[in-house]
Design a protein around this ligand. Structure first.
Ligand code: AMP
Ligand code: FE
Ligand code: FE
Ligand code: ZN
Length: 289
Protein backbone atom coordinates (compact mmCIF):
# COMPACT_ATOMS: atom_id res chain seq x y z
CA UNK A 1 0.00 0.00 0.00
CA UNK A 2 1.00 3.61 -0.61
CA UNK A 3 -0.24 7.09 0.36
CA UNK A 4 -0.02 9.88 -2.20
CA UNK A 5 -1.82 12.65 -0.31
CA UNK A 6 -0.42 13.83 3.04
CA UNK A 7 0.12 17.18 4.78
CA UNK A 8 3.05 18.27 6.95
CA UNK A 9 3.79 21.14 9.33
CA UNK A 10 4.58 23.19 6.20
CA UNK A 11 0.80 23.55 5.77
CA UNK A 12 -1.89 22.23 8.11
CA UNK A 13 -0.48 18.86 9.16
CA UNK A 14 1.11 18.25 12.55
CA UNK A 15 4.10 16.04 11.57
CA UNK A 16 7.27 17.35 9.93
CA UNK A 17 8.22 15.89 6.53
CA UNK A 18 10.83 13.70 8.26
CA UNK A 19 8.30 12.45 10.82
CA UNK A 20 5.90 11.59 7.98
CA UNK A 21 8.57 9.43 6.37
CA UNK A 22 9.23 7.69 9.71
CA UNK A 23 5.50 7.11 10.22
CA UNK A 24 5.18 5.66 6.70
CA UNK A 25 8.08 3.29 7.35
CA UNK A 26 6.52 2.02 10.56
CA UNK A 27 3.13 1.66 8.87
CA UNK A 28 4.84 -0.50 6.21
CA UNK A 29 3.90 1.76 3.30
CA UNK A 30 5.83 1.34 0.05
CA UNK A 31 5.61 4.94 -1.18
CA UNK A 32 4.60 8.35 0.08
CA UNK A 33 3.93 11.73 -1.60
CA UNK A 34 3.92 15.04 0.25
CA UNK A 35 1.08 17.34 -0.89
CA UNK A 36 1.03 20.43 1.31
CA UNK A 37 -1.55 23.15 0.58
CA UNK A 38 -0.16 25.88 -1.70
CA UNK A 39 3.50 25.40 -0.75
CA UNK A 40 6.38 23.16 -1.82
CA UNK A 41 8.70 24.24 0.98
CA UNK A 42 8.65 20.82 2.67
CA UNK A 43 9.72 18.81 -0.37
CA UNK A 44 13.51 19.06 -0.01
CA UNK A 45 13.50 17.76 3.56
CA UNK A 46 10.90 15.15 2.59
CA UNK A 47 12.95 13.77 -0.31
CA UNK A 48 16.18 13.57 1.72
CA UNK A 49 14.42 11.85 4.60
CA UNK A 50 12.79 9.34 2.25
CA UNK A 51 15.98 8.58 0.33
CA UNK A 52 17.93 8.16 3.57
CA UNK A 53 15.71 5.27 4.60
CA UNK A 54 14.95 3.80 1.18
CA UNK A 55 11.28 4.80 1.01
CA UNK A 56 9.90 5.69 -2.44
CA UNK A 57 9.08 9.38 -2.03
CA UNK A 58 7.44 11.74 -4.52
CA UNK A 59 7.46 15.52 -4.18
CA UNK A 60 4.08 17.22 -4.55
CA UNK A 61 1.66 20.00 -3.75
CA UNK A 62 -2.11 20.52 -3.39
CA UNK A 63 -3.28 23.77 -4.94
CA UNK A 64 -6.52 25.46 -3.86
CA UNK A 65 -8.40 26.60 -6.97
CA UNK A 66 -11.68 28.30 -7.64
CA UNK A 67 -14.18 25.75 -8.98
CA UNK A 68 -16.48 27.05 -11.68
CA UNK A 69 -18.59 24.30 -13.23
CA UNK A 70 -18.84 24.13 -17.05
CA UNK A 71 -21.40 26.47 -18.56
CA UNK A 72 -25.03 25.80 -17.86
CA UNK A 73 -24.50 24.55 -14.33
CA UNK A 74 -24.79 27.89 -12.60
CA UNK A 75 -22.16 29.54 -10.46
CA UNK A 76 -20.97 27.66 -7.42
CA UNK A 77 -18.69 29.44 -5.01
CA UNK A 78 -16.65 26.34 -4.32
CA UNK A 79 -13.09 25.17 -4.16
CA UNK A 80 -11.43 22.55 -6.30
CA UNK A 81 -8.13 21.06 -5.18
CA UNK A 82 -5.54 20.13 -7.79
CA UNK A 83 -2.70 17.83 -6.75
CA UNK A 84 0.65 18.20 -8.46
CA UNK A 85 3.28 15.44 -8.47
CA UNK A 86 6.92 16.02 -9.37
CA UNK A 87 8.74 12.71 -9.86
CA UNK A 88 11.74 14.70 -11.18
CA UNK A 89 11.95 17.34 -8.47
CA UNK A 90 14.74 19.91 -8.74
CA UNK A 91 15.41 23.36 -7.27
CA UNK A 92 14.21 24.91 -10.55
CA UNK A 93 10.82 23.23 -10.07
CA UNK A 94 10.28 25.31 -6.95
CA UNK A 95 11.22 28.38 -8.99
CA UNK A 96 8.48 27.62 -11.54
CA UNK A 97 5.99 27.34 -8.70
CA UNK A 98 6.76 30.83 -7.34
CA UNK A 99 3.19 32.00 -8.25
CA UNK A 100 1.98 29.89 -5.32
CA UNK A 101 3.10 32.85 -3.21
CA UNK A 102 0.05 34.74 -4.53
CA UNK A 103 -2.26 32.05 -3.21
CA UNK A 104 -0.55 32.20 0.16
CA UNK A 105 -0.95 35.98 0.12
CA UNK A 106 -4.68 35.50 -0.52
CA UNK A 107 -4.80 33.28 2.58
CA UNK A 108 -3.05 35.96 4.59
CA UNK A 109 -5.70 38.45 3.56
CA UNK A 110 -8.50 36.10 4.39
CA UNK A 111 -7.43 34.74 7.77
CA UNK A 112 -7.65 38.05 9.69
CA UNK A 113 -11.16 38.51 8.24
CA UNK A 114 -12.19 35.14 9.62
CA UNK A 115 -10.75 36.10 13.02
CA UNK A 116 -12.61 39.43 12.91
CA UNK A 117 -15.86 37.56 12.28
CA UNK A 118 -15.14 35.24 15.19
CA UNK A 119 -14.54 38.25 17.42
CA UNK A 120 -17.84 39.78 16.26
CA UNK A 121 -19.46 36.47 17.24
CA UNK A 122 -18.04 36.91 20.74
CA UNK A 123 -15.03 34.61 20.57
CA UNK A 124 -11.89 35.92 22.28
CA UNK A 125 -9.45 34.87 19.54
CA UNK A 126 -6.52 36.95 18.28
CA UNK A 127 -4.93 36.63 14.84
CA UNK A 128 -1.49 36.51 16.53
CA UNK A 129 -2.55 33.37 18.40
CA UNK A 130 -3.50 31.69 15.14
CA UNK A 131 -0.15 32.59 13.55
CA UNK A 132 1.69 31.34 16.61
CA UNK A 133 -0.26 28.09 16.50
CA UNK A 134 0.47 27.52 12.80
CA UNK A 135 4.14 28.38 13.11
CA UNK A 136 4.82 28.37 9.35
CA UNK A 137 4.05 30.06 6.09
CA UNK A 138 0.72 28.49 5.20
CA UNK A 139 -2.01 29.30 7.70
CA UNK A 140 -5.37 27.61 7.22
CA UNK A 141 -8.72 27.13 8.86
CA UNK A 142 -7.56 24.00 10.73
CA UNK A 143 -5.14 26.23 12.68
CA UNK A 144 -7.99 28.61 13.55
CA UNK A 145 -10.06 25.57 14.53
CA UNK A 146 -7.29 24.40 16.87
CA UNK A 147 -7.24 27.77 18.66
CA UNK A 148 -11.04 27.68 19.00
CA UNK A 149 -10.79 24.22 20.57
CA UNK A 150 -7.95 25.29 22.87
CA UNK A 151 -10.06 28.19 24.12
CA UNK A 152 -13.13 26.09 24.69
CA UNK A 153 -15.33 27.44 21.89
CA UNK A 154 -15.64 23.99 20.33
CA UNK A 155 -15.06 20.47 21.64
CA UNK A 156 -13.04 19.43 18.60
CA UNK A 157 -11.95 20.63 15.19
CA UNK A 158 -15.02 19.15 13.50
CA UNK A 159 -17.29 21.18 15.78
CA UNK A 160 -15.19 24.32 15.21
CA UNK A 161 -15.82 23.87 11.49
CA UNK A 162 -19.52 23.14 11.75
CA UNK A 163 -20.20 25.97 14.21
CA UNK A 164 -17.90 28.65 12.76
CA UNK A 165 -15.58 27.86 9.86
CA UNK A 166 -17.31 25.64 7.30
CA UNK A 167 -18.64 27.04 4.03
CA UNK A 168 -22.12 27.72 5.41
CA UNK A 169 -21.05 28.74 8.91
CA UNK A 170 -21.05 32.35 10.22
CA UNK A 171 -17.29 33.03 10.29
CA UNK A 172 -16.64 31.69 6.77
CA UNK A 173 -14.84 33.97 4.36
CA UNK A 174 -14.00 32.76 0.83
CA UNK A 175 -10.44 33.14 -0.40
CA UNK A 176 -9.44 34.61 -3.73
CA UNK A 177 -7.62 31.88 -5.57
CA UNK A 178 -6.61 30.67 -9.03
CA UNK A 179 -9.25 29.57 -11.51
CA UNK A 180 -9.15 25.75 -11.80
CA UNK A 181 -7.60 25.76 -15.30
CA UNK A 182 -4.73 27.98 -14.19
CA UNK A 183 -3.91 25.68 -11.28
CA UNK A 184 -3.59 22.76 -13.71
CA UNK A 185 -1.48 24.84 -16.10
CA UNK A 186 0.82 26.05 -13.33
CA UNK A 187 1.67 22.47 -12.32
CA UNK A 188 2.09 21.33 -15.92
CA UNK A 189 4.40 24.25 -16.75
CA UNK A 190 6.55 23.36 -13.73
CA UNK A 191 7.00 19.85 -15.17
CA UNK A 192 4.54 18.22 -12.79
CA UNK A 193 1.61 15.83 -13.16
CA UNK A 194 -1.69 17.61 -12.41
CA UNK A 195 -4.30 15.37 -10.76
CA UNK A 196 -7.87 16.17 -9.68
CA UNK A 197 -7.98 15.72 -5.88
CA UNK A 198 -10.88 14.03 -4.04
CA UNK A 199 -13.49 14.45 -6.83
CA UNK A 200 -16.26 13.50 -4.42
CA UNK A 201 -15.74 16.74 -2.48
CA UNK A 202 -16.82 18.71 -5.56
CA UNK A 203 -20.33 17.62 -4.64
CA UNK A 204 -21.24 16.63 -8.20
CA UNK A 205 -23.80 13.85 -8.08
CA UNK A 206 -24.18 13.36 -11.81
CA UNK A 207 -21.20 11.47 -13.36
CA UNK A 208 -21.91 13.22 -16.71
CA UNK A 209 -21.30 16.57 -15.08
CA UNK A 210 -18.05 15.37 -13.55
CA UNK A 211 -17.09 14.09 -16.98
CA UNK A 212 -17.55 17.59 -18.44
CA UNK A 213 -15.34 19.03 -15.70
CA UNK A 214 -12.67 16.43 -16.46
CA UNK A 215 -12.78 17.08 -20.20
CA UNK A 216 -12.31 20.79 -19.64
CA UNK A 217 -9.30 20.19 -17.39
CA UNK A 218 -7.74 17.54 -19.63
CA UNK A 219 -7.66 20.20 -22.38
CA UNK A 220 -5.28 22.25 -20.25
CA UNK A 221 -3.13 19.37 -19.06
CA UNK A 222 -4.86 17.31 -16.36
CA UNK A 223 -3.21 13.86 -16.24
CA UNK A 224 -4.87 12.01 -13.39
CA UNK A 225 -7.70 11.53 -10.93
CA UNK A 226 -7.55 10.70 -7.22
CA UNK A 227 -9.84 7.69 -7.30
CA UNK A 228 -8.86 6.27 -3.90
CA UNK A 229 -9.54 8.61 -0.98
CA UNK A 230 -10.53 8.31 2.68
CA UNK A 231 -14.17 9.27 2.11
CA UNK A 232 -14.68 7.51 -1.24
CA UNK A 233 -17.06 4.56 -1.06
CA UNK A 234 -16.46 1.49 -3.27
CA UNK A 235 -19.09 2.74 -5.76
CA UNK A 236 -17.31 6.11 -5.98
CA UNK A 237 -13.96 4.44 -6.61
CA UNK A 238 -15.50 2.32 -9.36
CA UNK A 239 -16.97 5.39 -11.02
CA UNK A 240 -13.63 7.24 -10.95
CA UNK A 241 -11.71 4.21 -12.22
CA UNK A 242 -14.11 3.99 -15.17
CA UNK A 243 -13.64 7.67 -15.97
CA UNK A 244 -9.85 7.27 -15.69
CA UNK A 245 -9.95 4.43 -18.18
CA UNK A 246 -12.21 6.30 -20.59
CA UNK A 247 -9.93 9.34 -20.66
CA UNK A 248 -6.55 7.66 -20.23
CA UNK A 249 -5.98 9.30 -16.86
CA UNK A 250 -3.55 8.10 -14.23
CA UNK A 251 -5.15 6.79 -11.07
CA UNK A 252 -3.84 8.07 -7.73
CA UNK A 253 -4.98 7.83 -4.14
CA UNK A 254 -4.26 8.94 -0.64
CA UNK A 255 -5.58 9.48 2.85
CA UNK A 256 -5.30 13.30 3.20
CA UNK A 257 -3.48 12.63 6.46
CA UNK A 258 -3.12 15.78 8.63
CA UNK A 259 -1.79 14.18 11.86
CA UNK A 260 -3.44 15.57 14.98
CA UNK A 261 -5.39 18.16 12.97
CA UNK A 262 -7.61 15.35 11.63
CA UNK A 263 -7.06 12.68 14.24
CA UNK A 264 -9.49 10.13 12.78
CA UNK A 265 -7.53 9.80 9.54
CA UNK A 266 -4.60 7.35 9.66
CA UNK A 267 -1.62 7.48 7.35
CA UNK A 268 -2.16 5.06 4.46
CA UNK A 269 -5.40 3.68 5.90
CA UNK A 270 -7.72 6.67 6.01
CA UNK A 271 -10.69 5.80 8.22
CA UNK A 272 -9.43 2.19 8.33
CA UNK A 273 -10.43 0.69 4.99
CA UNK A 274 -8.43 2.75 2.49
CA UNK A 275 -6.05 0.73 0.30
CA UNK A 276 -4.14 2.55 -2.38
CA UNK A 277 -2.43 -0.01 -4.65
CA UNK A 278 1.36 0.17 -5.13
CA UNK A 279 0.95 0.58 -8.89
CA UNK A 280 -0.48 4.09 -8.37
CA UNK A 281 2.89 5.20 -7.03
CA UNK A 282 4.89 3.12 -9.51
CA UNK A 283 3.16 4.73 -12.51
CA UNK A 284 3.82 8.21 -11.11
CA UNK A 285 7.41 7.55 -10.05
CA UNK A 286 8.30 6.12 -13.46
CA UNK A 287 6.79 9.00 -15.44
CA UNK A 288 9.27 11.18 -17.23
CA UNK A 289 7.86 14.63 -17.76
P1 AMP B 1 -8.31 26.38 4.16
O1 AMP B 1 -7.26 25.85 3.23
O2 AMP B 1 -7.80 27.36 5.12
O3 AMP B 1 -9.54 26.82 3.43
O4 AMP B 1 -8.74 25.13 5.04
C1 AMP B 1 -8.97 23.93 4.38
C2 AMP B 1 -8.68 22.81 5.31
O5 AMP B 1 -9.75 22.70 6.22
C3 AMP B 1 -8.56 21.46 4.60
O6 AMP B 1 -7.53 20.69 5.19
C4 AMP B 1 -9.86 20.81 4.85
O7 AMP B 1 -9.78 19.44 4.89
C5 AMP B 1 -10.27 21.39 6.20
N1 AMP B 1 -11.73 21.45 6.21
C6 AMP B 1 -12.52 22.07 5.32
N2 AMP B 1 -13.82 21.94 5.64
C7 AMP B 1 -13.86 21.19 6.77
C8 AMP B 1 -14.91 20.70 7.62
N3 AMP B 1 -16.21 20.94 7.34
N4 AMP B 1 -14.55 19.96 8.70
C9 AMP B 1 -13.24 19.71 8.97
N5 AMP B 1 -12.22 20.15 8.24
C10 AMP B 1 -12.51 20.87 7.14
FE1 FE C 1 -5.66 20.62 4.91
FE1 FE D 1 -7.92 18.90 -0.46
ZN1 ZN E 1 -5.27 17.57 1.27
Amino acid sequence: MVDLHVHSTHSDGTLTPTQLVEEAMSAGLHALALTDHDTVSGNDEFLSAGRACGLCVIAGVEISAQFTPPEGDGVRDDEMHILGYFPQWSPSTAGHLAPLADIRAARNERNPKIVARLQALGCDVQYEEVIAHAGNEVVGRPHIAAVLVEKGYAKDSQEAFSRFLAKDAPAYVPKAILPQREAVELIARAGGIPVLAHPKLLGISNPRELERVLVELIEVGLRGIEAYYSTHQPADVECYLRLAERYGLLVTGGSDYHGGNKPRIQLGRGFGTLQVPDRCAQMLAELVT
